[in-house]
Design a protein around this ligand. Structure first.
Ligand SMILES: *Cc1c(COP(=O)(O)O)cnc(C)c1O
Length: 235
């Protein structure tokens, strides 16, 4: 057991509860993904023992090693893949993936339908661009997202659950808010256009350094790495 993880998690949840209250958000409608890339399995174990269920990984190979390490020992654990996925890795997607958050092209969707090794429909989020001026340029435009949405909406192998966005690293706070509000707005519009049933999309936005703004602007899923696990050890 790792008490440091447990206290980080508790501190984080206390902060989040205060922030939710401040912005009149219901804490029960906000999901925390513990981002465990470059973190040891014993830390994942500690977080799980402290009640954390959802975990996020970026790299297929690292994720596979962790799945293998745990086998079925953490039965309630849900894995979210949040990193850029190359088409040639689609074949590694199995029922062990709870959600792929980084779907960003029809080509990738087709490859997943063809090569993915899952029995149940794979839950996916569309990775939507937040800032077209961001150097990292992650995510797709609204126009591309419309086409992708229409494609996966009809898919028999993939199920469409919402949107993911990665905010820019350094940006002035008011500019960040503006971008996050329009991200949430765009996501709702894209969702409503095809979704006649009264369900809510997953809006995965916010990391260790920007989650307060994300909650203020309407995010309902946070991806938190360093605030829970400490610095990553890249080696
Ligand atoms: C690494 C990563 C995170 C977590 O970042 P922290 O700043 O450590 O909280 C969240 N989302 C994505 C897509 C990531 O790659």
């Amino acid at each position: 057991m790792n008490n440091f993880i447990e206290s980080n998690l508790n501190n984080f949840k206390t902060n989040l509860t205060n922030i939710a209250t401040k912005y009149k958000r219901n804490i029960d409608e906000i999901t925390i993904i513990a981002v465990s890339k470059y973190q040891d399995c014993n830390k994942i174990n500690s977080a799980y023992s402290s009640g954390q269920i959802n975990f996020g990984e970026n790299y297929i190979q690292e994720w596979q090693e962790k799945v293998k390490f745990f086998q079925n020992s953490l039965p309630n654990l849900k894995w979210h893949l949040i990193g850029n996925l190359q088409k040639n890795k689609a074949k590694y997607l199995t029922d062990k993936v709870f959600c792929l958050q980084s779907l960003d092209s029809i080509d990738l969707a087709k490859e997943i339908e063809k090569k993915g090794k899952f029995e149940q429909k794979l839950k996916v989020l569309i990775q939507l661009q937040i800032d077209k001026n961001d150097q990292n340029k992650s995510g797709i435009t609204i126009e591309q997202a419309k086409l992708l949405r229409d494609y996966i909406w009809k898919s028999s192998k993939i199920s469409f659950a919402g949107f993911m966005g990665i905010g820019p690293l350094d940006i002035e706070i008011n500019k960040r808010k503006e971008l996050y509000y329009s991200f949430i707005d765009n996501a709702y519009n894209l969702w409503k256009e095809t979704n006649s049933i009264n369900t809510q999309p997953i809006l995965s936005l916010g990391m260790s350094s920007d989650y307060e703004t994300a909650i203020e602007c309407g995010s309902n899923m946070l991806r938190i790495g360093t605030a829970i696990f400490g610095e990553r050890n890249k080696n």
